[in-house]
Structures are given as C-alpha cells and as structure tokens.
Design a protein around this ligand. Sequence first.
Ligand SMILES: [Ca+2]
Length: 320
Amino acid sequence: MCGRTLQIIVSLLVIVAAGPVTAQIISNPVPAPIEKRGLAVEVVELARLPDSRGIRPADQDVKPAGWARINYVRDLPDGRRFANDSRGFLYRIDANNQPHVYANLAETFPRAVYNRLSSGFIAFVFHPEFARNGLFYTIHAEHGPDNPVKPNFIPPGYGLKDVTHHNIVTEWHATNPAANVFAGTRRELLRTAHVVANLTHPLSAVEFNPTAKPGSEDYGLLYISGSDHGFSNGGGPNSSNPAQTQRLDSIITAMLRIDPRSPSVTGGVKGLGDYTIPMANKFAADGDPNTLGEIYAHGFRNATGCHGTSTGPCSSATSG
Ligand SMILES: [Ca+2]
C-alpha cells in the first residue's frame, strides 16, 4: 500500500516536472540570471508641458483634472526633443526646456475622440532619415458614426454600420525638416475600425527599429501596435469575442511591420492601407492569400510598443 502510494506520488512528480517543458513554446531570450551591478536611476524634473485642461467638455476628456497627458518623449539626432500631449499637441522642447507647439493635431483632426486612457493623439515617431526626408508618423483616434472616411479594415463579419471608432496612422511630410514649426503635407497610411462600444486597446504605438542600419532588412520599416481593438473587454454586444483574436486574415491582436512608402512609389505589394508589404514578413511570402502580409507577430491583447534590442528587431510587453 505504502509502495503504491509512493509510486503514484512519483508519477505525479514526473508529470508536474514534465509540465513546464511541454508547455514551453519559446526559448528564454535572456537565460542568464539578472545581476544587480549598482546602477541607479535618478529622476529629475526637466520640463512641464502647457496646461491643456478644459480645452474640451469634461465628458469628452478621460482625465479632465490632468494638467497635460504625455505619452511619448522622442529625441532627434540633431538634439531637438519632442513630446506629445494626447489632447492633441506635438511640442518641441527647446534647449531651455521650454515647450513650443510643433503641430496642432487637435485642430487638424476635429473628429478625434479623447474619452479613453489611450485616445486622442496617441503616438508619434520620426523616420530614421527625418533630417533628410522630413517624415514622421502619428496615431490618433476618431469617432466612427457619420465619419466621412471609410476604414481600410473592419473586423471580419462586421460592416460599416457596426463601426464605433477609427484608429488612424498618418504620415506627415515636413517641407523643411529643420523648421521648428511643422509646415508641409500629410498622407493617411491606415485606418482601422473598432466595433466594440468603447475605444479600448486602440492602435497605440508606431516604432522604427533603432538598431537597424541602412541597407539592412529592417531599416526604414514601421512597426505598428499589437492591439485586440477591444475584443477582450471593450464593452457592448461585440466584445468578449475570442474568435476574432486568432485569425491571420485579420489584424486584430497583430503587430504590423510595413514599408510606409506607398506602393505607387515602390511598385511593391499594397497592404490594407496605402503602404507596401515587406516581402521579408513571414505571411507575405507564404503563398497564402488568406494570411495578411503586414502581420509581423500576433496574439497581443494590448502591446506596449515594439523596441529594438540587441537580440532582435523587436521586443514588446503586452498587458492582460
Ligand atoms: Ca500571405
């Protein structure tokens, strides 16, 4: 009896021990233990963005008491520093840490929606060759109903009548990249639709791989987000819909990697929007028209961006 019990316990231990090995689907990219080496981080107040409280009604502002709503701070190689207030302003912060409006997205996009934590003017990034080509990229969100612009992508099975919000990726072209106030043109790259009640988990990041060098495969390719467009918990009858999150004919939960140049310029393959599919992407060259070529990785609920590292072009954390 005692022997059988021991045998059962040993069998269970073997199963328990084998569990993590069989469940492991990726290798640990940082196998060595993390060592503490005495580094410390000191936080110093450098700049304060202008007070943007009250620029719109309280019910259209997710945090009306917040002085400003900063999402990103980016530095250009020429030394200029920029930060965005998601209420719709891109600021240049001068050498004395004083902010100046570089571009006014609140004025440019009157249909923008500001009532969620990630909303309004959500993200921006400069092209690695901004000094020469004057290109930078933004994400903002708009109200869907009565919007005169049609999305490039609506989740499969839904139609225009279901669309609640739009997620928009825009390319801006500064005529003079050295100018301290934006003047130039812009072009819409991609517009995707939410069909859940709230603007939950919108497109929220645009990034270039900062470690990519000119001539390398990843150079000049734009990474976008990794978002379930609220299908986990965005509210209303269309949320809590796991079937929407596991398809390769859809960008729901997908991090995208695109060549932001129009196919009319590159002569390459057009994506959902006005950009070119990089043929190095896994689903671009798989010979399957039902898998979207702009998908770089998928399965994200709400990725927090895509950051170049020494171990690869992109590392990201996802919440939830
Ligand atoms: Ca494909």
